[in-house]
Write a protein of this length. Structure first.
Length: 785
């Protein structure tokens, strides 16, 4: 690290503090943990998607010389732990007792000396299944004769979970009735998986002597996990410590509590030894939380001159076998009702119907804020379909309908209040960087030669930073976050936060926030996170909420320290606090700048013999809880250029321009990294990622041979830029950015592909746009040029 970086104060392109250990291979992940006497757990999983369990015989497994215990649902039943509550007020089997309801469901847990012995012993367990018909199609799950999946719920006769609406149905119908043009389209946002590089896992260690349970766990929300363990397992919360060490990517996959974690805890209690459970890649893809799986019917209404009037959506949401989607309880479809997008509409309405199916549970917000991705995909595809219908330029159509700067704060027709935006500026910038007019000329020439070049546009508005807690909670825990700032006597500081980084660089950016407020170099501020014994309570990191919520808490707590420092400085300098002025790192006497005290001097004086002023206790330390008044609404304008090979239907993403606006930018380098990662995610979802099932419910995407994720070979050199429209209510004006690109890129890429196939009169292709799907779409369509 250069001298400049060590001394760096405030915002800017500071290199990541955490990389000192990551680039040396010194990160410490859950699977790196080796405790004395530690045992290893393995999970027996159902080979079928739907079956009644006739019997489970574990006797042979227990005979295995390296096996210490085998736990089944029966043992858990005795402890009241066979079922656990989900994050969506449903219940989920920890280990199946009555039936298995998806392929890969947890049936038994073996604890052995090592991972290999545990795996060997799993094969010695004999389970007799009475196989039942499976249903993996969300529409079919609603048929009256569909097999009832959740017959554990008394009186249940179907697979319907919930109906939820947002917007004004009557007003929307009226708008549609007077529209010149209505375009409708069915589309699927397919089931995909966050697929973090590190799979999920836990090490549980119950200390029988002092009764303290320590759980090292891949969790994005350590405090919420601790409280839930206390409530579900009826363990005293002060005797539970959840430690979330380095995390190799979360993307929503590490929000929930999985059966494997509970089994590790029970295993440690049963054996009296630490128990580690780490899932393998297939277990991760097949069982721990899918994302999306929204079957959508969208309609858009407009005048002939291209004024968009309204959007109407009907969704069947496939939630798998247990409703364990992670989202604020008031919103069973997450923030899907942000589907009105970035446009000034007269009316909008959506209806969402949740269903059970014989697929893995989950429905996590994979790199998005609770279904924002599905919403943005829907509206951005619909706008492109409208442009097609009107024979309008998709850029012009968007520019005509975007919410204008003077309309902010903007009340959407589904109840959101967008905080700030300069949409046209961002779109014009993206078009200029892309050289849009020139690209259209190039496209026209290529079309004459039979070459398939597509230009896709996408504009998104996200809703990130959940709470406020009066409107948003997860299982009753209000969505606020805390920060605790300690200033040591020598002026070095330690910031404890309740969110948990999974690779986003919080140790750097949160230090930068405090540095900006207090004028202490970032290098002198240590960020502590991911340990419930060392950090204050809060709801954690998902939905790009760290900067909007915890980041705000960090700024506020630093300001509290600054205010306290002023009182102490006034005692030191023997002047009234009002006579002191602040410059970064120091209070000084107005009109006499030589007379002043730095934060370090004030910190030392605070613990020295100075008589502290009234109301100031013995340190500069402070703690705060930030309950956000509103979400923040980052936005962005994207342009994608693709080439489709007319002979093979292979899509190549040639260019991608991303102009993002996340308000005040703390660390532009980290933001660029976040955007690059999200754009790569988008290429994956648009072109290759899919968790598919055959009609018996066998998962066809259970390994990275089948579930394809993008590599450097499939992505272009990203062309990123930005605008800055601060959030008016966030203390430093920052909005979230971690998930913007994952949200904005898939529709942009699909829009580009459909645009490329205009000569074939293709209207729509469902993701992933694999060569075979693109080929099918081209086949039988209009004659190629
Ligand atoms: O919750 P999560 O950390 O995933 O998302 P985020 O709050 O959007 O932040 C992702 C990373 O980008 C963090 O290191 C942030 O501090 C940083 N960031 C930034 O530098 N400036 C912003 N305006 C927003 C985020």
């Amino acid at each position: 690290m250069s001298v400049t970086e060590e001394a760096a104060v405030g915002f800017g392109r500071l290199r990541r503090k955490e990389d000192a250990r990551f680039i040396r291979g010194q990160g410490r992940f859950v699977d790196d943990l080796r405790l004395p006497g530690m045992l290893h757990g393995g999970i027996l999983r159902s080979p079928v998607a739907h079956a009644r369990i006739v019997s489970i015989d574990v006797s042979a497994a227990l005979q295995h010389p390296k096996v210490h215990a085998v736990i089944t649902g029966r043992e858990l039943e005795a402890l009241g732990l066979a079922w656990m509550p989900t994050l969506s007020a449903d219940t989920q089997a920890v280990l199946a007792t009555d039936k298995v309801r998806f392929q890969g469901q947890e049936v038994a847990f073996v604890i052995a000396d090592d991972r290999y012995a545990a795996r060997d012993a799993l094969e010695l367990i004999d389970v007799e299944y009475d196989v039942l018909p499976a249903v993996v199609n969300a529409r079919r799950a609603l048929d009256p004769d569909a097999p009832v999946i959740r017959d554990d719920q008394e009186g249940r006769t179907d697979n319907h979970i919930f109906d939820w609406e947002s917007g004004d149905r009557a007003a929307t119908d009226a708008v549609f009735a007077r529209a010149d043009v209505v375009v409708a389209q069915d589309m699927l946002y397919p089931r995909v998986h966050p697929a973090p590089m590190e799979t999920c896992g836990a090490v549980a260690d119950m200390d029988a002597v002092n009764g303290k349970l320590t759980i090292w766990c891949t969790t994005q929300a350590p405090h919420a996990h601790r409280t839930l363990y206390a409530l579900v397992a009826r363990l005293p919360e002060h005797k539970i410590r959840v430690i979330s060490p380095d995390i190799g990517g979360g993307f929503g996959n590490k929000v929930g509590i999985y059966p494997g974690y509970v089994c590790a805890v029970v295993g440690s209690i049963v054996t009296g030894r630490p128990v580690k459970w780490v899932e393998d890649r297939s277990e991760n893809l097949m069982s721990t939380s899918f994302a999306r799986d929204y079957v959508m019917h969208g309609e858009i209404a407009a005048t002939r001159d291209g004024t968009i009037l309204g959007v109407r959506v009907d969704v069947i949401a496939d939630h798998g076998a247990f409703n364990s989607t992670a989202q604020p309880s008031k919103f069973p479809a997450g923030f899907f009702h942000v589907f009105t997008g970035s446009y000034d509409l007269a009316a909008a309405h959506c209806a969402v119907h949740g269903v059970y199916s014989n697929k893995a549970p989950g429905g996590v917000a994979y790199a998005c804020s609770f279904r924002v991705t599905e919403a943005v995909y829907l509206v951005e595809r619909m706008v492109d379909l409208l442009a097609r219908e009107l024979d309008a330029d998709p850029a012009e159509l968007r520019l005509k309908n975007l919410i204008r700067p003077e309309q902010f704060p903007y009340q959407s027709k589904t109840g959101w209040v967008y905080d700030s935006g300069e949409y046209e500026r961002a779109l014009r910038k993206a078009l200029e960087i892309a050289g849009y007019d020139e690209l259209r000329r190039e496209q026209a020439q290529k079309r004459e030669r039979g070459e398939l070049m597509g230009i896709g546009l996408g504009f998104f508005t996200e809703a990130v930073g959940a709470g406020p807690r009066k409107h948003m909670d997860i299982v009753g825990l209000g969505m606020a976050d805390a920060a605790e700032l300690r200033v040591h006597p020598t002026g070095k500081a330690q910031l404890g936060i309740s969110c948990q980084t999974q690779g986003q660089g919080h140790e750097t950016t949160f230090a930068q926030i405090v540095s900006q407020e207090l004028g202490i170099p970032s290098a002198d501020i240590e960020v502590v996170h991911g340990d419930t014994d060392l950090t204050p309570f809060g709801l954690g990191t998902y939905g790009s909420r760290s900067t909007p919520v915890s980041g705000a808490a960090a700024a506020v707590v630093a300001r509290n320290v600054r205010d306290k420092a002023r009182l102490i400085a006034s005692a030191m300098l023997e002047v009234a606090p009002e006579d002191l002025e602040w410059e970064p790192g120091r209070w000084f006497v107005r009109g006499d700048p030589e007379q002043g005290a730095t934060i370090a001097e004030i910190a030392m004086a605070t613990v020295g013999s100075l008589e502290l002023p009234e109301g100031v206790e013995g340190t500069l330390d402070s703690e705060t809880v930030y309950d956000p008044p509103n979400l923040t609404f980052p936005f962005g304008a994207y342009v994608c250029v693709v080439d489709v090979d007319p002979g093979t239907a292979v899509v190549r993403v040639r260019r991608f321009v991303a102009v993002d606006d996340c308000g005040t930018r703390i660390n532009p380098m980290i933001i660029e990294g976040q955007v690059h990662g999200g754009l790569a995610d988008g290429v994956g979802m648009a072109l290759m990622e899919l968790i598919a099932f055959d009609e018996d419910g066998n998962c066809l995407g259970g390994s990275l041979m089948d579930y394809l994720i993008p590599t450097a070979l499939e992505v272009p050199d990203w062309e990123t830029d930005f605008t800055v429209t601060p959030s008016p209510h966030h203390p430093i004006g920052a909005k979230g950015v971690g998930e913007s690109a994952t949200v904005g890129s898939p529709p942009t890429i699909v829009n580009a592909i459909v645009d490329a196939l205009k000569p074939y009169d293709v209207r729509h292709i469902d993701m992933p746009c694999t060569p075979s799907r693109v080929w099918e779409a081209m086949e039988g369509r209009a004659e190629p040029p």
